[in-house]
Design a protein around this ligand. Structure first.
Ligand SMILES: *[C@@H]1O[C@H](CO)[C@@H](O)[C@H](O)[C@H]1NC(C)=O
Ligand SMILES: *[C@@H]1O[C@H](CO)[C@@H](O)[C@H](O)[C@H]1NC(C)=O
Ligand SMILES: *[C@@H]1O[C@H](CO)[C@@H](O)[C@H](O)[C@H]1NC(C)=O
Ligand SMILES: *[C@@H]1O[C@H](CO)[C@@H](O)[C@H](O)[C@H]1NC(C)=O
Ligand SMILES: *[C@@H]1O[C@H](CO)[C@@H](O)[C@H](O)[C@H]1NC(C)=O
Ligand SMILES: *[C@@H]1O[C@H](CO)[C@@H](O)[C@H](O)[C@H]1NC(C)=O
Ligand SMILES: *[C@@H]1O[C@H](CO)[C@@H](O)[C@H](O)[C@H]1NC(C)=O
Ligand SMILES: *[C@@H]1O[C@H](CO)[C@@H](O)[C@H](O)[C@H]1NC(C)=O
Length: 432
């Protein structure tokens, strides 16, 4: 009996054998199954890469870089609303690629693109959005690539304070990390490094195809030889330089912490004259088509100077504000951005306020203009808004930077470069 109980019966032994066989078979099938899945996945990846390369819009619309990159889904709001006061045909007014008024598109956080169905009436349009695709979007109607490629140039270690487009199309950037970098923005590659400043480099102007001038809070203005990638000249001031503008006669104006504007002869490096009138630091300057110099200060004032005689010609005042940025539109109107979050457009003929642009949630730190009359503004709210300055309406809202926008530059090709306290420079394709 005991023997019998210890002995595994024939049938049981068979069962054990067969159950271990089943285990082996299961294991092997699982392995094969996994291998198959991997294979299918690999084939799918290879195939989808190939098919994306083969798609016609890559051939037809070469100027846009639509090469596939892994999708990156971003959080995006599910409902966007846009008004189109003037042109209803511009569906959603967010991007004007749509033809049959059924598809809407919108740029989302970090260069992303979103699309969805549109409901509209005569004054507004709502887009219900599903996903954000970071790199590519294909328009079903035109079979045209509608991606706006965006480069991000990452190298600076602190706030990007000024941007300058050089004659050859390269971009210069200066930063609170004391450095100036020169980039080829077609390639997105770093070309040159100008090193020497000992504090934040706040402003740059172009002197010639081979030279740029930089001003720094290290109390110096330096002229750089771009070919030799070295400093050619240094002018020292008694206080921190906060902004620079080149005058029509070749002289240089600098605005500084000591409330003064200083006019320099850059060939012999000496001070020609000093313009005194501001009651606080001079933060920004620009030149009018008449050659007059406009300066903005933390004293709430915008002063207009005859820079050759030093005569103070007129004064615009925005109470209790820092004037942080000034630019001139191509129709001659002056634009100021200030700490009260408002952008003001001034009519210089009568010294009156022409328009007030409200949209930012924090100080307006940077402004730039485009040949088509549009304006870009950058704010401490980390957003960039593109404005139609005739209508006073927002054309685009570029989000992607995570901190204050400190510099903006409208490029000759109609695109935009932005520099931020998040240390990044972003290039936005606005020519869709
Ligand atoms: C297009 O973008 C991809 C990925 O960003 C890059 O590898 C490629 O060099 C770009 N091509 C051109 C022509 O810019
Ligand atoms: C868009 O959405 C807003 C707010 O939800 C609503 O008031 C408006 O009627 C909608 N417009 C259309 C055309 O659907
Ligand atoms: C484009 O067409 C595809 C396939 O018909 C569809 O899945 C997709 O939702 C369409 N996209 C848009 C934005 O309408
Ligand atoms: C920038 O790069 C592009 C593409 O490689 C090249 O064609 C162009 O000449 C470069 N620009 C400069 C100023 O070197
Ligand atoms: C600067 O000074 C040089 C030499 O003193 C003079 O020849 C030149 O005309 C001056 N430049 C300007 C813009 O006044
Ligand atoms: C520099 O040039 C200015 C004229 O722009 C002249 O008045 C001044 O004396 C010159 N200074 C030196 C040191 O040569
Ligand atoms: C603003 O400027 C535009 C163009 O110069 C002019 O047509 C318009 O009447 C001005 N508006 C005000 C309120 O001054
Ligand atoms: C721009 O977009 C950001 C992020 O979606 C939003 O917080 C901000 O209110 C928008 N600004 C305007 C004026 O639409």
């Amino acid at each position: 009996m005991a023997k019998k109980t210890n002995q595994v019966p024939e049938a049981d032994r068979h069962q054990i054998n067969s159950s271990s066989k089943v285990k082996v078979i299961l294991f092997v099938s699982l392995v094969i199954f996994l291998l198959l899945i991997t294979l299918v996945y690999v084939i799918w990846i290879v195939y989808s890469n190939q098919s994306s390369k083969a798609k016609p819009w890559h051939v037809e619309f070469k100027e846009l870089n639509c090469s596939f990159e892994p999708y990156e889904r971003q959080e995006c709001s599910s409902l966007l609303q846009a008004n189109f006061p003037s042109n209803e045909d511009r569906i959603c007014a967010l991007n004007d690629y749509d033809l049959d008024n059924t598809v809407c598109g919108y740029y989302c956080k970090h260069t992303g693109y979103d699309s969805g169905q549109c409901t509209k009436d005569s004054t507004s349009c709502n887009c219900t959005l599903d996903n954000c695709f970071d790199t590519q979007f294909r328009d079903n109607v035109t079979n045209k690539c509608t991606q706006k490629p965006v480069f991000t140039l990452a190298k600076h270690e602190s706030t990007v304070l000024s941007l300058l487009e050089l004659e050859n199309g390269n971009l210069a950037s200066s930063s609170a990390d004391f450095m100036i970098y020169i980039w080829n923005i077609t390639e997105g590659s770093l070309k040159k490094t100008l090193k020497g400043h000992e504090y934040e480099v706040v402003s740059m102007v172009s002197l010639s195809s081979n030279a740029l001038i930089s001003g720094s809070r290290d109390r110096t203005i330096r002229i750089w030889d771009l070919e030799k990638e070295s400093q050619a000249k240094k002018m020292t001031y008694t206080d921190e330089i906060l902004c620079l503008t080149l005058l029509n006669n070749g002289e240089l104006a600098s605005g500084s912490l000591d409330k003064a504007i200083t006019i320099w002869n850059i060939s012999n490096g000496s001070v020609v004259r000093s313009l005194n009138g501001h009651k606080d630091m001079v933060l920004t300057m620009t030149l009018l088509s008449t050659g007059d110099l406009v300066s903005g200060s933390a004293d709430s004032q915008i002063l207009i100077w005859n820079s050759e005689t030093g005569e103070l010609k007129s004064k615009l005042e925005v109470t209790y504000n820092w004037i942080l940025s000034l630019v001139v539109l191509n129709d001659g109107r002056l634009v100021s951005g200030s700490s009260d979050q408002v952008i003001r457009i001034w009519d210089l003929e009568n010294g009156k306020l022409n328009k007030t642009l409200v949209g930012h949630d924090h100080s307006v730190r940077a402004l730039t203009t485009f040949a088509n009359g549009n304006l870009a503004s950058g704010s401490q709210d980390s957003h960039i808004l593109i404005w139609d300055t005739k209508q006073g309406s927002i054309v685009k809202n570029l989000t992607g930077h995570t901190e204050t926008i400190c510099s903006l530059l409208g490029l000759r090709n109609g695109n935009l470069a932005s520099g931020s306290a998040d240390t990044l420079i972003k290039l936005w394709n606005l020519n869709l």
